[in-house]
Design a protein around this ligand. Structure first.
Ligand SMILES: NC(=O)C1=CN([C@@H]2O[C@H](COP(=O)(O)OP(=O)(O)OC[C@H]3O[C@@H](n4cnc5c(N)ncnc54)[C@H](OP(=O)(O)O)[C@@H]3O)[C@@H](O)[C@H]2O)C=CC1
Ligand SMILES: C[C@H](CCC(=O)O)[C@H]1CC[C@H]2[C@@H]3C(=O)C[C@@H]4C[C@H](O)CC[C@]4(C)[C@H]3CC[C@]12C
Length: 342
């Protein structure tokens, strides 16, 4: 038994065209030269005005109806995965303070016990945990079963956990990619499948915690980034199907930038000099966007929204910006992986 229960991007131009497009103000073929200042004006339009327009549209389309009120969570039955540390732990505390029933899960029992105790002190309607590893889809299903047995229903499923992945050059280890796909992606699918009957009944919500790395790739995160791109494809397709079939279950995709959790700061602070955003506020924004049934959350919006918009308008410019944010000289190359994992 692996579980323990406890109550209470554009096509690249050919090389000759690329040179013309980047280094002169002449269009490549036919060779007609344009006015350089008009070219600059167009560049400004592309890089500033269009993203700004996009920002306005994003705010309009991504915000859900109504205002958030913490009372919305009182008495709600909520599962939070990856709740023993970081953003998941902070979500548990906010939910507890709002009077929700919480079922928390992660691998480390001792940490979960402490989080549960603190949730009860903060005023949770009830708090319990199930410990085990999301490498196994059987465990993912078991957690949902526990909610069914305990509560007889479920209002919100917050999918937040991630398994360990290195922050370094891709080492060729295919088994590792498979493992993080199982932990970070397949278990999310398995929990959703198991929870759907209860969520249909309650007209509840699925909250998927993803990353800017699931929208725009940055270096040294290849396996992790793949899992986050997969989440967007899967859950966005599912959202269409819910609408086609009149299933009133909301799906909120949370696109997070760099957040100051212990594990993230330990992994990347020697390479990324950008200041991380606070985990407490991040956790509250995730709950808020889920309760408002928003399609997507960008947090912090000041870095995530411009990156998401620039991705389609100026991908090479964005990639250059991303690489310039990394102190690559501080990456210690690990020896290449032995197993190919075929
Ligand atoms: N922090 C950041 O900068 C960013 C984070 N995010 C996303 O936010 C979410 C939370 O990240 P963050 O709080 O930083 O992560 P943490 O590393 O702080 O927490 C991860 C949680 O997942 C649990 N976990 C780890 N391995 C497993 C496993 N095999 N099975 C089950 N649970 C496991 C951990 O507990 P235990 O070890 O006890 O199992 C812990 O509770 C993730 O989805 C991440 O992708 C997105 C963008 C940026
Ligand atoms: C470098 C990215 C930000 C680009 C920018 O210029 O703002 C970071 C945005 C998200 C980060 C990663 C993330 O999603 C969480 C992972 C958590 C793991 O514990 C290790 C680190 C992360 C891969 C983290 C690395 C930096 C970002 C890609």
């Amino acid at each position: 038994m692996f579980a323990k229960l406890q109550g209470a991007r554009k096509e690249k131009a050919p090389a000759d065209l690329q040179g013309s497009a980047q280094n002169s103000h002449c269009s490549p073929r036919p060779r007609v030269c344009s006015n350089p200042s008009a070219g600059k004006g167009m560049g400004l339009l592309l890089k500033v005005l269009i993203p700004l327009l996009g920002l306005g549209l994003a705010v309009y389309f991504y915000s859900g109806p109504g205002n958030f009120n913490e009372e919305m969570l009182r008495g709600k039955r909520v599962i939070v995965t990856g709740a023993s540390s970081g953003i998941g732990e902070q979500m548990a505390y906010h939910l507890a303070r709002m009077g929700a029933h919480v079922l928390l899960t992660a691998r480390t029992e001792a940490k979960l016990q402490k989080v549960v105790d603190k949730c009860l002190d903060l005023g949770a309607a009830s708090a319990r945990y199930v410990s085990g590893s999301m490498e196994s889809t059987a465990f993912a299903e078991e957690v949902v079963k526990e909610a069914e047995i305990t509560w007889g229903g479920l209002d919100m499923l917050i999918l937040n956990h991630i398994g360990y992945s290195y922050f370094n050059f891709f080492n060729g280890d295919v088994d590792h990619v498979r493992k993080v796909m199982e932990t970070n992606f397949l278990s999310y699918v398995a929990m959703t499948v198991s929870a759907l009957p209860m969520l249909k009944e309650s007209e509840g919500s699925i909250v998927v915690v993803s990353s800017v790395s699931g929208k725009v790739a940055s270096p040294f995160t290849a396996p992790y980034s793949a899992t986050k791109f997969a989440l967007e494809g899967f859950f966005s397709s599912l959202r269409h199907e819910f609408i086609i079939e009149n299933v009133n279950v909301s799906i909120t995709l949370c696109i997070l930038g760099y957040i100051n959790t212990e594990n993230a700061v330990r992994a990347v602070s020697h390479v990324i000099k950008v200041a991380p955003a606070p985990k407490e506020e991040c956790a509250l924004e995730i709950i808020r966007s889920g309760a408002l049934r928003q399609r997507e959350l960008h947090y912090p919006a000041s870095t995530v929204t411009p990156a998401v918009l620039l991705r389609d308008f100026a991908p090479d410019f964005l990639d250059g910006l991303i690489r310039s944010n990394h102190q690559v000289e501080n990456i210690k190359r690990a020896p290449p992986s032995q197993g190919s994992g075929h």
